[in-house]
Write a protein that binds this ligand. Structure first.
Ligand code: GUN
Length: 283
């Protein structure tokens, strides 16, 4: 069984980026925009900022409190669009429900849309014309490709979750690698019918333990995108719980990601790679 711990891949990509950064002659700049006080989002953004600094990027951090309006956020994004030191703009999702998320996404210049969320970039991506893709699915692909002697061609891949952030772009990337894709979601009638025949399962629902060992076949490759913060009754501390019931799924898996330490860090290095791509394209 391969434990798809992302640590080694992450360290290697970070070293490569640091070297590229030193040779570039200028610092790629990433701006992060965080709205509200969701503790998980704050942790992720802090981690993104820290990793940026480690590889030699410039980071520009904007924090809005819960009273921020859509217009205020868009105003800041307009300034970042015009700032030549900023090459990538990341607005952390989810935004509070009273903020118009589509208007915020649409205000980011497609040339600085490091998440590949803008409709123009999504159109380029869906039509196979883009040099980058959304961060989490890109990170998942890198993990899948790291499995020794494993080809995605012709594999039955089940994605659970249809979000614009993960599920939909994940389907495109897997199809580009010639996998046969099934996309399940909250209204799927019988998830286990699909999960039992899947060679690859990518779970991105945010529902802890939605996939258990009895729902998967022997030899499955199981990728866990879930990161739910739950109170551990044993320690009374918060911990991160994935969508897979790790212990029961691992016994049947050919390869499996841990949570934490699997997909999460890959999302961050994809962000660095996308920032580097945009920085280079800006010249
Ligand atoms: N929230 C969870 N994942 C992501 C991501 O990849 N990008 C942004 N902007 N927000 C997220």
């Amino acid at each position: 069984m391969h434990l798809l711990n992302s640590k080694d891949i992450v360290e290697k990509i970070k070293l490569d980026i640091k070297k590229e950064c030193d040779e570039l002659g200028f610092k790629p700049g990433l701006a992060t925009v965080l709205v509200g006080s969701d503790p998980a989002s704050s942790v992720y953004v802090k981690s993104k900022i820290k990793t940026c600094k480690e590889v030699g990027f410039e980071s520009f951090d904007f924090n809005f409190d819960d009273t921020a309006t859509t217009a205020q956020i868009i105003n800041t994004i307009n300034q970042l669009n015009n700032n030549p030191l900023v090459h990538g703009i990341l607005v952390q999702f989810p935004l509070p429900s009273r903020i118009d998320s589509s208007a915020v996404i649409n205000s980011i210049s497609p040339n600085k849309d490091v998440d590949c969320f803008h409709p123009f970039n999504l159109g380029m991506f869906f039509s196979g014309q883009s040099s980058f893709a959304p961060c989490t699915p890109t990170g998942v692909m890198a993990l899948l490709k790291s499995i020794p002697n494993y080809s995605l061609e012709g594999k039955e891949a089940l994605i659970i979750g249809r979000s614009n952030l993960v599920g939909k772009p994940m389907a495109i990337l897997l199809m580009e690698e010639h996998a046969t894709v099934t996309l399940a979601h909250s209204r799927t009638k019988d998830l286990s019918v699909h999960s039992k025949k899947a060679d690859i399962i990518i779970a991105a629902t945010g529902i802890p333990n939605i996939i258990t060992g009895d729902m998967v076949r022997e030899g499955v490759v199981a990728i866990d995108v879930g990161i739910t913060r739950i109170l551990d009754p044993l320690t009374s501390k918060y911990k991160i719980q994935g969508d897979l019931d790790f212990n029961s799924v691992k016994d049947k898996a050919f390869a499996i990601t841990p949570v934490p330490g699997g997909v999460g860090p890959m999302t961050i290095v994809s962000l660095l790679l996308n920032t580097m791509t945009l920085a280079k394209q800006s010249k």
